[in-house]
Write a protein that binds this ligand. Structure first.
Ligand code: OGA
Ligand code: NI
Length: 344
């Protein structure tokens, strides 16, 4: 089957929310609201202090902590991550400003058939599936040849700087430490990680009068190696699934929320697992976030690494990265069902 990437065009949710207090039926989700097992309190996911990797006296200790966080949680907060505060604050400001532009201006960057980049929504593959209460700007940002600048905002003028290399470098450093923790050959770091692709998803979740009946982002796991998420304003919304229950994540000020993605799960033959998460929305306030995804290069083979297969056998199939991504974007999000198709 020839698959092309893309998502069916849908209504702009920011405009929908501004125009009326009615929530169309397509956004009402039976699974969204309080359900048995829903935990109201936040969950304390592990906190990893990046500055401790830089100090020889503490780096081993922090690496072990990271190993446990990846093994037992698949999610952690990263503090003291060396990305200057001014850079983060400027990114946040620019993103807010972009989503505040008039709809006609944002529509200049609208997705086109067959491409997932641009302004719109993702994973819409049928005319009757339920929809997420959000608008998205999705861009391939690294390396430079992957960019499609026609989808990149020119307003605000400084927006494009938000896509600079700083976060890719940070992700590469983390992946290097994760590789060491799994005793992987350093070639893996070069082949699969360093030359890899970064894409950024800017998420805008408008307030919703029936917030407990919609979802900002359906439950899913990320189809990458690792994701770094920055919550742009102080509106909580991210939830992770743990022992079958949903728990809100409360980001520490200035921290990145980092999670292990499906490709890392596959490469590591299941040693580290991607975790299901979703986003709920607020009745009063909009929520914005920036998710940066880090993946191998487009021609890399995605499959369990030989050195981790020995003894136990491969638990996942091997496919090339391009086919993997086409498969990912061609079905609606449904927890980890996409990854299940990669299992033996
Ligand atoms: C994502 C994601 C979480 C958030 O973009 O994949 O899970 O907090 N975002 O918006
Ligand atoms: Ni995600």
């Amino acid at each position: 089957m020839e698959l092309t990437m893309g998502s069916l065009p849908v209504a702009n949710v920011q405009a929908l929310a501004a125009a009326s207090r009615d929530v169309p039926e397509r956004y009402i989700r039976p699974e969204a609201g309080a359900h048995p097992g829903f935990a109201d309190c936040g969950v304390d996911i592990p906190v990893i202090d990046f500055s401790r990797f830089l100090d020889p006296d503490s780096s081993r200790d922090e690496s072990s902590k990271l190993h446990l966080a990846c093994q037992n949680w698949g999610f952690f907060q990263l503090i003291n991550h060396t990305v200057p505060k001014e850079v983060i604050e400027k990114m946040k400001l620019d993103v807010r400003e972009f989503f505040q532009l008039p709809l006609e201006e944002k529509r200049q960057l609208a997705q086109v058939t067959g491409d997932v980049q641009g302004y719109g929504q993702l994973f819409v593959v049928s005319k009757d599936q339920k929809l997420d209460w959000a608008d998205v700007l999705y861009l391939n940002t690294q390396p430079a040849p992957e960019r499609c600048l026609r989808f990149w905002p020119t307003q605000p003028l400084t927006f494009r700087q938000a896509c600079r290399r700083t976060l890719k470098n940070l992700a590469d450093r983390l992946l290097e430490i994760m590789a060491k923790n799994l005793e992987l050959n350093p070639d893996v770091v070069t082949d699969k990680f360093k030359v890899g692709i970064q894409s950024i998803r800017f998420n805008y979740y408008p307030p919703c009068p029936q917030a407990d009946k919609v979802l900002g982002f359906s439950q899913h796991s990320d189809a990458d190696l690792i994701t770094l998420v920055l919550q742009v304003n102080q509106v909580q919304g991210l939830q992770i699934k743990r022992s079958g229950e949903w728990f809100p994540v409360m980001p520490l000020p200035g921290a990145f929320i980092v999670n292990v993605g499906d490709i890392f799960e596959i490469l590591s033959n299941g040693r580290y697992k991607s975790i299901e998460h979703r986003v709920v929305v607020n009745t009063e306030r909009e929520r914005l976030s920036i998710a940066t995804f880090h993946s191998p290069q487009s021609h890399a083979m995605i499959g369990p690494l030989q050195e981790l297969v020995r003894g136990s056998g491969a638990r996942y199939k091997t496919v090339n990265h391009e086919d993997f991504m086409k498969l990912f974007f061609s079905s609606k999000l449904d927890g980890k069902s996409f990854l299940d198709r990669m299992r033996y």
